[in-house]
Design a protein around this ligand. Structure first.
Ligand SMILES: Nc1ncnc2c1ncn2[C@@H]1O[C@H](COP(=O)(O)OP(=O)(O)OP(=O)(O)O)[C@@H](O)[C@H]1O
Length: 559
């Protein structure tokens, strides 16, 4: 036996791979279009046309060995591959299925030809496969594996040459694509520079550009802060606007616009506008009763007060749990209104919601219709009629406030299009991830409010919380803190005491199964004091799988 294969068998035995039946796990395919897939698809298509009905299959995997594409092959080969789950979505890493062309190539970091009898698991010996690594031509990062599989009787060294050739073609395509993307980004950047006549930056994973106006307007410290903000936008497919506090005290507004080539993201162009310095205008900072002194938070507070002073009809929009209602309540308190603030909530599922709103307005209260995106058609019609009647009957000096909160863009929702003309102003409340500098203060005030003024979080624990994406925003943070307060009310909460979900920093949203798996891994690692082998054994999985999952879920272990 070749030494490479012998050592691979030793690894397979240590990972307790089944010697008869390979049992690859199914990993839900990542919907995100990757560089690898975009580069590989055209190459594979061309190669596969030559292999239709031939007893040879081409399989593309990611850098974990999870199959992404399978092309070519005749009927009986495809049936045989289905039986061993060598199909898209299944992981063929060596610790899962033992010696094979995909996993062993990944394990040894080189292309390999695995003959039928070389396979560790008996179920794979009917095949021969050649796996060639695909690496990024400029960064050298491992992108995946191209594997050519055939029946074991057909094995010959040409398989490996063919796999290497396919890998080289994919690498070549990566270079071509990068050139197209860079050119598109450059064109977008030049267009923005001409159009805006002001400071502009362009960013992508590999490119950073800044025009001379950016250098003239901002000193080195401010430029570094702008660069940090720009980095956050890298990889984003949607246009966003962020208000940034710069070290010089200037507040800048950064409008990010993605540059796309077809469905591929080339990067993004950021136009920067110097914003008025809110710090100087409202030294008091946030509205009383709320935490947050970041530029973004002070800006939205000020905008809300301005809007009410001008129009008294405002839509407050933002992701779930960002603090829309809290802001409205604080603005109401701040302006010391003599009217009561009444709230009707579309989440309450009340059939009398509109009648309730009408009664509140009749009683002279200010009104918030909360979570208006949940109103059904009939309620929207009722609300539109009510607003219409209120406008018609109210005196010119009627200063009653009416506000809606909603999680979606006004133009995108039924509520938006239906009620748009009643609400001249929309305030956008930033998600927590855009004002994370407020998190320490928020934690303090939410803990106080939860009846735990003696409980504090260590610096490391706060830093870890500041690394999270907070899809549920302040409500999410509140829930996490409540879960901690349920177990203790004083002392210092360290990073290891945070709930499992806070120890993973993956940016993609996890399925229910994935969250359970992540929590089980964190718990096992805690129980075994960070010992990955012991944790793997207790979970009935291999050490290699644990390592892969730690990387996938971005789990950090405190010890
Ligand atoms: N800046 C803040 N300071 C203190 N507490 C806050 C702040 N922002 C939000 N909260 C608290 O976070 C929780 C969620 O806020 P709120 O209910 O206002 O969010 P929302 O955006 O209206 O939620 P939803 O999207 O569910 O309608 C509340 O308990 C609120 O008091």
């Amino acid at each position: 036996m070749r030494s490479l294969i012998r050592v691979s068998w030793e690894r397979s035995a240590a990972a307790q791979v089944d010697t008869d039946n390979p049992s690859p796990t199914f990993v839900a395919p990542d919907a995100a279009e990757s560089t690898l897939l975009r580069a590989a698809d055209s190459v594979l298509k061309a190669l596969a046309t030559e292999l239709v009905d031939e007893p040879v299959c081409i399989i593309l995997t990611d850098h974990h060995g999870v199959a992404l594409r399978r092309m070519g092959g005749d009927h009986s080969l495809l049936r045989a591959l289905d039986k061993v789950n060598l199909a898209p979505g299944f992981g063929y890493a060596e610790p899962e299925v033992g010696t094979n062309g995909i996993g062993t190539a990944l394990e040894v970091g080189a292309s390999v030809l695995v003959h039928g009898s070389d396979h560790y698991s008996g179920g794979l010996r009917a095949f021969s496969c050649a796996g060639a690594l695909i690496t990024h031509p400029t960064s050298g990062a491992l992108l995946g594996v191209i594997d050519i599989t055939t029946a074991s009787g057909n094995c010959n060294s040409l398989l490996l040459s063919f796999a290497k050739l396919a890998a080289r073609r994919i690498q070549q395509r990566v270079i071509e694509m990068a050139t197209e993307l860079d050119a598109a980004l450059l064109a977008g950047y030049h267009a923005a520079c001409q159009h805006s006549g002001g400071p502009v930056m362009a960013v992508s994973k590999s490119v950073f550009m800044m025009n001379s106006l950016t250098e003239q307007h901002f000193d080195a410290h401010d430029q570094a802060a702008l660069l940090a903000q720009a980095r956050d936008a890298i990889g984003s497919f949607s246009a966003t606007t962020v208000i940034a506090d710069l070290p010089s005290g200037v507040t800048a507004r950064l409008a990010y616009q993605p540059t796309l080539v077809g469905e591929a993201l080339a990067g993004g162009v950021i136009q920067i506008k110097q914003h008025r310095s809110i710090a100087r205008e409202s030294p008091a900072g946030a509205l009383t009763g709320l935490s947050g002194t970041s530029a973004a938070w002070r800006h939205v507070s000020q905008e809300l007060l301005d809007s009410f002073s001008r129009s008294r009809r405002v839509v407050v929009q933002g992701e779930t749990g960002t603090g829309k209602m809290a802001l409205l309540e604080a603005a109401h308190r701040h302006t010391a209104r003599s009217r009561r603030l009444a709230v009707v909530d579309a989440a309450d599922d009340s059939t009398a919601l509109i009648a309730q709103a009408e009664a509140e307005l009749d009683s002279g209260a200010d009104l918030v219709v909360r979570r208006a995106h949940l109103l059904d058609r009939e309620q929207l019609d009722g609300l539109a009629d009510l607003l219409h009647a209120t406008e018609a009957s109210s005196a010119a000096d009627d200063d009653r406030w009416i506000a809606l909160t909603t999680i979606e863009g006004q133009d995108e929702t039924q509520a938006g299009t239906h009620l748009l003309h009643f609400f001249p102003r929309t305030i956008e409340v930033p998600p927590l991830r855009q004002h994370l500098e407020d998190l320490p203060e928020l934690v303090r005030s939410l803990l106080d409010r939860a009846g735990a003024p003696q409980l504090t979080l260590s610096k490391q624990a706060i830093n870890q919380l500041m690394r999270l994406a907070w899809p549920g925003n302040v409500t999410h943070l509140h829930d996490i803190l409540l879960s901690i307060v349920r177990t203790r009310r004083s002392g210092v909460v360290d990073i290891g005491d945070l709930p499992a979900e806070c120890l993973a920093t993956t940016r993609r949203s996890l399925s229910r199964m994935e969250s359970l798996e992540r929590d089980a891994i964190v718990k096992a690692l805690n129980v075994f004091d960070g010992d990955k082998t012991a944790a793997a054994t207790s979970l009935g999985t291999s050490r290699a799988t644990i390592y892969r999952k730690l990387r996938d879920y971005g789990i950090v272990m405190p010890r």
